[in-house]
Each structure stands twice: as C-alpha cells, then as structure tokens.
Design a protein around this ligand. Structure first.
Ligand code: GLP
Length: 234
C-alpha cells in the first residue's frame, strides 16, 4: 500500500485527477470504478477542466459506479445517477451506454446486482477503481461487518451513514437501503486509489494505518490487495 499525504483537499483532488487522466491516456479503453460523495467532487472538477482541453478524452472509456441508493428513481436529486451527471458525465465525451450505475429502482434488485456483476466481467473487469472512505471505514456502501468476499448486493445503510449523507437529500428522506459492489468485487480491480479526506475522517485514516485487517473496518480489506494507493488530504 502506497501512502501519499497531500497538503490539502485541492492538492488531493489534483493528484487523483492526474492518476485518472494518466490511466485513460495510457489505455483509452480503460474500465474505471468510480465513487461518489464529497471527497471525489474535486477530482471530477479537475478532470472536467482538463478534458475540456482534450478531444476524445473519455470516448472509449467504460465506467462502473460503486453504488446507488435503493428505492428511489434515477432522477431523484439525491441519487448517485444525478450526482454523476452533475459532476462528470454531463461535461465529458463519455458514451452514456458505457457508463454503468446500479439501478436502485429495478423491480428485482437481486437480479439487478447479478446483472451488474456480469456487466463488469463482460467489460473485462475493473482496471482502476477510486474509493472514498466512510467515517466508519466503509468503502462503497460496505458497512462494518461486511465479509471481504462479498459481491454486488442490496444492503441496509448504517444510521450514521444516512446522517452523513443527509445533505445530498435537502430535507428529503435518506433511503434506508442501497445496492453496492461488494468488497470482493472491488478487490478484483487491478488498481485501487483510496481518497481519504474530509471532516471526521482522522480516526478512520489512523485505523487504516494500523494494519489491523478485520471486517469490522471494511477499508482494511485493501491491505490484501497489491496495488493500492491511499491519498490523504487533510
Ligand atoms: C458514501 C458513499 C461512499 C463514500 C462515502 C464517503 O457513503 N457510498 O462511497 O466513500 O460516502 O463520503 P464523503 O466523501 O462525502 O465523505
């Protein structure tokens, strides 16, 4: 695990964007795993600014988002579909048919999760996946206690996670469930970059540093992967 400490959030966002852009320059058909939340917003801002200067930046790139809320329509203001359009997809030349987000409004959520796993495999697997870090150590929506070999599935959200994400819902009810890639799904990505920044993250970052690998702290699963970069921006 490579640790890089950046001076501040701007520097972290810039560094993460550079890693992403380098990956798609090296392989224009890259398959990316993409996160949502406050932390990656700066990375997307830098990527969008850079891609405005480049022709065909994302033309052949395929993306898979980590997770989505269950039980709300895609167009809901709090959905990750809405987040991704607003922060990235509406501003780059990605082919919408190559962007994938689990459909939390599907009639059969188990079938939707199986379809999502199959789509990742059909794309050749995840190449480079970016993750945020929950205050309780969650990655994607894999809450403490999640087995490290878990796959894409429907999960119940911790109350603390619902509270932490309430701002995105502008007073509307935060869903109680979500669809998320499993830890096992994420660990199959060839390369992983964890973005650790924001208020209330110090304890989680300190715990990750201890090398105590335990399902009670989902991010510790990343120690089992041989190509992880942790970007810390205070
Ligand atoms: C949500 C997302 C996670 C994200 C986490 C941290 O729960 N499902 O993927 O890492 O929030 O979010 P933030 O970056 O806003 O602190």
């Amino acid at each position: 695990m490579i640790w890089e400490t950046l001076d501040d959030y701007e520097a972290l966002s810039n560094r993460a964007a550079l890693i992403l852009l380098e990956a798609i320059r090296e392989n224009p058909r890259a398959v990316l795993g993409l996160p949502t939340g406050r932390t990656p917003a700066g990375m997307y801002r830098h990527v969008v600014a850079e891609c405005a200067r480049e022709y065909h930046c994302f033309r052949d790139v395929t993306t898979f988002n980590l997770d989505e809320y269950a039980g709300i329509p895609r167009e809901h203001p709090g959905s990750y579909f809405t987040f991704m359009k607003r922060h990235l997809f509406d501003h780059i030349d990605v082919d919408p048919s190559r962007t994938h987000i689990p459909d939390g409004s599907a009639a059969d959520l188990a079938a939707e999760c199986a379809r999502y796993e199959a789509a990742i495999n059909a794309a050749g697997g995840l190449g480079l996946t970016f993750l945020g870090l929950g205050r309780n150590g969650h990655i994607a929506f894999n809450e403490p206690g999640t087995p490290f070999d878990s796959r894409t599935r429907r999960v119940e959200l911790a109350e603390s996670t619902r509270r932490a994400n309430a701002d995105f819902f502008h007073g509307l009810q935060v869903p109680t469930h979500a669809l998320t890639m499993g830890i096992g799904t994420i660990l199959e990505s060839r390369r992983i970059v964890l973005l650790a920044s924001g208020s209330g993250k110090d304890a989680a970052i300190a715990r990750l540093e201890t090398l105590d690998i335990d399902p009670s702290f989902p991010a510790s699963a990343l120690w089992d992967h041989d190509d992880v970069t942790v970007l810390v921006g205070r």
